[in-house]
Design a protein around this ligand. Structure first.
Ligand code: HEC
Ligand code: HEC
Ligand code: HEC
Ligand code: HEC
Length: 185
């Protein structure tokens, strides 16, 4: 059970990571944590993506694993010990759990839960204003700097039947709950 859970999942995540890392440039894009994204994405003019995330489900995904409910879920799933230390739970409850340590910058914190980078890709090479503006202007290919375009496929790497509390995933409905659009100009 344990082997199968981890096996299937790591295959999916491996695919995700190999797609989101470096193809072509030979450079490893690193996960940098929430602080940099927060710096720029908290103004009303930009769309307050940080606040939307911080008050939503993904910011508390790691904390959830400390609840009595999580302990109950773990017990039922046959997972021993503290869920906040169990790979079987962390794979979906934090960002890039299975990425190698070399792909995590010192500012990466597992405790941040499922962050921007879990969906948009590791940020070390795209967080600067120059690159951000280039991506939006269309002069920089987001993939070349590690930014992925999230869609339904991104969600179902976690929102799938391997989740012990799985609820049928409806992209439109779920996306509406976490949407963080730019304000219309
Ligand atoms: C130095 C400021 C700055 C930082 C730091 C920053 N961004 Fe941005 N980001 C911008 C600006 C400016 C834009 C252009 C759009 C706009 O003005 O809202 C943008 C656009 C984006 C877009 C839309 C890209 C597109 O397709 O047009 C995404 C996604 C994004 N940022 C994610 C992130 C994530 C994730 C992080 C952290 C890893 C981050 N940003 C950090 C300033 C920043
Ligand atoms: C890295 C894994 C991961 C990815 C990728 C992910 N999620 Fe989640 N999502 C979670 C976890 C874990 C929770 C539960 C968090 C909690 O309750 O602590 C969650 C909860 C949610 C919830 C709240 C559901 C409820 O029952 O209240 C919504 C809505 C949601 N996600 C939407 C999305 C959408 C839309 C995407 C894709 C654009 C996505 N998620 C991608 C892990 C992920
Ligand atoms: C395949 C990804 C995945 C794995 C593995 C996973 N979770 Fe989750 N977890 C989710 C998602 C997605 C949600 C949001 C609700 C849903 O759709 O299941 C969630 C929600 C939860 C919730 C909130 C309850 C709820 O109904 O919203 C708890 C508690 C939880 N998980 C505990 C655990 C524990 C404990 C483990 C390890 C034994 C674990 N999860 C493993 C993806 C996962
Ligand atoms: C659960 C997955 C998920 C998380 C977490 C997430 N995003 Fe997104 N983000 C998306 C999706 C999906 C879109 C829509 C992409 C599209 O429209 O093609 C999006 C769009 C955006 C856009 C473009 C909005 C527009 O109107 O063009 C920006 C900017 C952005 N995200 C920034 C962030 C920042 C900053 C964070 C963290 C504070 C974050 N996102 C967290 C999935 C996520």
């Amino acid at each position: 059970m344990r082997g199968k859970l981890i096996g299937g999942l790591s295959l999916a995540l491996l695919l995700f990571f190999s797609l989101s890392s470096s193809a072509g440039t030979g450079k490893v894009h690193k996960y940098i944590g929430i602080t940099k994204c927060k710096m720029c994405h908290q103004t009303a003019a930009r769309g307050k993506q940080y606040q939307k995330w911080a008050s939503g489900p993904h910011a508390k995904a790691y904390k959830t694993l400390a609840t009595p409910e999580a302990k109950e879920v773990a017990k039922k799933a046959g997972v021993k010990g503290d869920p906040q230390k169990a790979a079987e739970c962390l794979v979906c409850h934090v960002t890039a759990y299975n990425a190698p340590a070399s792909q995590k910058a010192p500012t990466y914190k597992m405790e941040d839960g499922v962050t921007c980078e879990a969906c948009h890709g590791p940020g070390s090479d795209y967080w600067s204003l120059k690159v951000m503006k280039g991506i939006t202007a269309g002069t920089i290919d987001p993939a070349s700097v590690g930014m992925t375009k999230p869609d339904e496929k991104t969600c179902v790497t976690c929102h799938n039947k391997k989740s012990p509390t799985y609820k049928p995933f409806d992209y439109k409905k779920y996306y509406a709950q976490i949407a963080h659009p730019r304000p219309k100009k």
